[in-house]
Design a protein around this ligand. Sequence first.
Ligand SMILES: NC(=O)c1ccc[n+]([C@@H]2O[C@H](COP(=O)([O-])OP(=O)(O)OC[C@H]3O[C@@H](n4cnc5c(N)ncnc54)[C@H](OP(=O)(O)O)[C@@H]3O)[C@@H](O)[C@H]2O)c1
Length: 275
Amino acid sequence: MASTTEKQVALITGSSRGIGRVLALKLAAKGTDLVINYKSNRELAEQTLEDVRAAGADGIVVQADIEEPDDIEAMFQTIKERFGKLDAFVANAAASAFKPVSQLKLHHLDRNWAMNVRSFVLGAQRAVELMPEAGGRIVVVTSYGSLRAFPTYASLGAAKAANEAYVKFMATEFGPRNITVNAVNGGLIDTDSLEFFYSRVPGMAPMQSVIEKVPLGRPGTADDMASAIEFLLSPSAGYITGQTLSVDGGLTVVAPPFWADTTGDLRASVFGSEG
Ligand SMILES: NC(=O)c1ccc[n+]([C@@H]2O[C@H](COP(=O)([O-])OP(=O)(O)OC[C@H]3O[C@@H](n4cnc5c(N)ncnc54)[C@H](OP(=O)(O)O)[C@@H]3O)[C@@H](O)[C@H]2O)c1
């Protein structure tokens, strides 16, 4: 957000839990007021707001299903009435069906577009209208399915790729208003949705078989993601726009054959004799 003494206001979609919640608390600790958005978990959203206040900032909770354009419109109207402006918009909430391409039905395709892509574009349009002359920040949270293909992730991966393309177009269009637009692309990040993907999608490969391929050898945390987003929202990132920053422990730079599958002296040379 722009370097100014005025109180900053940030909207994070899906900040009742997961990455959005951790980011809200980080921003609150720096004095930014928060708009906490959620779909169903009112209690968790209220808890986030309580924690935001404990961290020294203020904010509001707004229920809005971002799949619904009317809900998006109403959320921004509430922000306008309460704060009169918006300094940062973080498009974080996401949801999709996890199915092979051959099983994606019309309603899966339409809902995926509405939830994950249309909501970002409509939100960015409204956010820009509320951003002050000093400028603003937009960050969309994407995932490595925009870059790599793995089972059942086509629908969400394609939406994330569309968001990363929109980031470039928005960066060129909003740049003259000193508004930066970037994406933060996560690998395996330890939240409810990661748990859902590996334990509730029938037949999914074991999570451990993926974690062992990650060069840093562990899943990321919500804090890893929130730290990268916080940086892109900060004055320090004022000359970065149109970019996608990967926070994936190196997952998207590896390719088969994997170090995890090597044996003998070669394996020991990297993992040690116990590895
Ligand atoms: N976890 C990972 O492994 C991972 C990896 C890479 C990227 N990402 C991305 O990171 C972002 C956040 O993921 P997360 O894992 O932190 O999510 P999460 O823990 O599953 O939380 C999802 C949040 O989105 C909200 N939400 C869901 N549907 C909504 C809707 N229709 N309208 C408004 N809010 C809605 C939820 O609200 P309620 O509490 O009310 O349901 C909740 O606050 C997503 O864009 C995801 O694709 C995640």
